[in-house]
Design a protein around this ligand. Sequence first.
Ligand SMILES: *Cc1c(COP(=O)(O)O)cnc(C)c1O
Length: 380
Amino acid sequence: MKRNLPFGKPIIGAPELDAVRRTIESGILVHGPRSKEFEDAFAGWVGGGHVVSVASCTAGLHLVYFDRGIGAGDEVIVPAMTHTATAHAVELEGATPVFVDAESRTGNIDIDQIEAAITPRTRAISIVHYLGVPVAMDRINAIAKRHDLLVVEDCALAIGTRYQGVHAGLHGNVGCFSFYPVKHMTTGEGGVVLTRDGELAKRLLRKRAFGVDRHVGERAQPGIYDVTMLGFNYRMSEVEAAMGTEQVRRLDGFLSQRTANYRALSRALRELPELRLFEEGDGQSSYYCLSAILEERLAPKRQAIAASLNADGVGTSVYYPAPVPHFTYYREKYAFGPDTFPVAASIARSSIALPVGPHLTEDDMTYIAESMKQAIQRNR
Ligand SMILES: *Cc1c(COP(=O)(O)O)cnc(C)c1O
């Protein structure tokens, strides 16, 4: 029987609905207790650090570069294989992203190529834990220390990612997370910045809200405040935060289902010689999805293979459709040729992402593997 297995589907139920209803009924929609409660819950779950809730992961990344005064004339190392937000956050401040190709083993930034990309203008290294597989952060930190650079972790796919036992986002200076609906948990739109640096967290709390010196609850006289710095409105609403707290309570369950699904699907797909699977790296993956790489001969048929899976009710995606420097905006601005970033380009061209989220079961994984087998047979 045909199944309906979307690529991503948030799991939202009575606890979230109750929390959202209670928040709306309270009449306090921003600047209330829920965002603080959510920040504490998230910090507790990852096991440390200060958490600043923000409007999105992109807002968090932008806020970090803004706070550090990274701008025109500065360069930031950015992985070529990532979401465009990782690079946009740098561009938005007028700084220049210097892209580094991926390693083919995991799809993560090729650490061996980072030092050659560093110049006297480099201010920061940003990395992404691609599909949740941990980057070797001890190596990143060693390079950063040698060159006195800020380390920014894009953790949008890394809730549950651990390296040497420590959660993603706690290795570098700062980590930014996303709660967009198909990520590991959701608040609709939303994100957090995680950092061990208490002073940075304090500044971000101000800068996410106009640079105002006292928030609503801190004012001796209502309506009276000063503005001591420039800032954005990058806050998360109380409704989103209330939903987030309930989602954090479910994270362990979400992750154990993802893990079981990923293991079942990778076991089944490993029998297909036409596919290569990424390695899991050293440490704990968050198992965002299972991205399978089609052998060279099948890569041009990726669209037909995806259509065959989709016709069976299996949702698919591509992470990512191009290396960020090959997207028109970056390609035209920085004149990148088609032969640049060959590893990222090859992953972009030949990979197909399959769902392993907690909305699915291990039995669904058997169905997905069977559907993939047939899709390959039809297109060989
Ligand atoms: C989804 C994603 C983002 C953007 O997150 P938003 O919360 O939508 O801003 C950034 N980086 C990566 C790696 C992502 O996957």
